[in-house]
Design a protein around this ligand. Sequence first.
Ligand code: XIL
Length: 372
Amino acid sequence: MGQSMTRRAVLLSTAAGGLSRRSLASPTPGLAAAAAKGGRHYGAAVRWDHLSRDADYRAAILRECDHLVPELELKWASVEPERGNLTLAPMDAIADFARQHGLRLHGHCLLWRRSIPRWAQDEILRTRDWNLVVRYVSAVVPRYAGLIETWDVVNEPLALSEGVDGLQPDALLSAFGPDYIRRALETARAFAPTGKLMINEYGLEAEGPHGEARRRRFLRLLDELRRTGAPLDGIGLQDHLDLQLPRLAQARLAAFVREIRARDLFVTVSELDVKERDYILPPEARDGRVATAVRALLEVMLDAGKVDRVTTWGLSDRYSWLEVTRADYARFPHAWKDGTTPGLNRGLPLDAAMRPKAMHQVMVDLLRTSKS
Ligand code: XIL
């Protein structure tokens, strides 16, 4: 007995020692915990195939996030690749995971030109039957009622270049005209009576005449929707930053987000990540550049934008959707290698080994400051 007491005492003291060592060794709190101090939320886009098979990744997600966004699983093309054949198991799995761990989910996305299945695009163009949209919305929105309270109803309505009066010339615009955006919001409202309905858009933080034209067109779209009484509650600014492109000065970006808020809409940062300019600098230098860009953006979004939800498009570089392209490799034939993966993008808060980088620290610092 004496012997087992001793053993127990040893085990206890080891456990206690282990605990205190661990707390000393982890000075950075998770992003959601930091955000909560400032009355905000932090989360990431995830894919079920990654989450289900990677325990390290799951642990990192649970440490850092208070909400998740399905990266693929809710998109119409994933849900209904063939007409009438609904595949909701991966989305249901994310929903179960979220319930189990008390995480919220954001609904991304109902209508996006790149996620409408080919068969549906053809049918929409042929029949101009809005019921096709209603079928899909009614299949997904009520199913996650109580869990998903915010929806990207229309994703990326603006055209990359001229488009049709600045709108993306996709099947919906061709079949139903610009009024499809209002109709989509009305349809979403019918199935999500208390949901927060949003439009999600990219490229609104770019410097130059192209960015300026997009911002003007976007505000005009908001005015048009308001005039017609469309049920729009908020705006997601994707904020995929690109270090190769000049970004807008903070004061001008602040003026733009104030314009959105002046239209009685809330603003979120919905898909933050950073595409790098240079893959041959040492990792610390690359991480520093990424963090500087994130700081400049978030300072504006948290202050002028009163943003209370920041979502990054992924959490760890292990699963970044940002690819190093052939063109990048051609520009940087000596791209830096981390030992396993050449020239990996470092545009998310955690590196490929799930360690926090400078971007994480900047986000912790900014998110935990109180909302003004
Ligand atoms: C991307 C996913 O991350 C990719 O895996 C997929 O191949 C294409 O879609 N803007 C959006 C997101 O609104 O839905 C996109 O997600 C990234 C750009």
